[in-house]
Design a protein around this ligand. Structure first.
Ligand code: FES
Length: 106
């Protein structure tokens, strides 16, 4: 991983096709990356409800469904979409430089 002013390269765009979600780790932080029809978004990977990895869930458009209790979040805003999840998930700024997907984790 390469660091530059808090922007960290965490994955390659060519490894994340539209409609896919992928889990990465940086500095002990679990981050989920989503390709929403070409727009890349990033959130914490661990659900705000209990311990489950959102990257093991199902991405439908810009909504991820948690694999454990089917809680849903908007992946670009982090908004929790209703029970059982009532706490939004943290999002991270994302940029794409060449084939690098970079997140700002500072
Ligand atoms: S752990 Fe995600 S909805 Fe319960």
């Amino acid at each position: 991983m390469t660091m530059n002013e808090n922007w960290v390269t965490v994955a390659q765009l060519s490894d994340l096709a539209p409609g896919e979600v992928k889990g990465v780790e940086h500095g002990g932080k679990q981050i989920a990356l989503y390709n929403v029809e070409g727009k890349i978004c990033a959130t914490d990977n661990i659900c705000t409800h209990a311990f489950a990895m959102l990257s093991d869930g199902w991405l439908d458009g810009d909504v991820i469904e948690c694999p454990l209790h089917a809680g849903r979040f908007e992946v670009c805003t982090g908004k929790a979409l209703g029970p059982p999840v009532d706490t939004d998930i943290q999002t991270y700024p994302v940029r794409v430089v060449g084939d690098d997907i970079q997140v700002q984790v500072g």
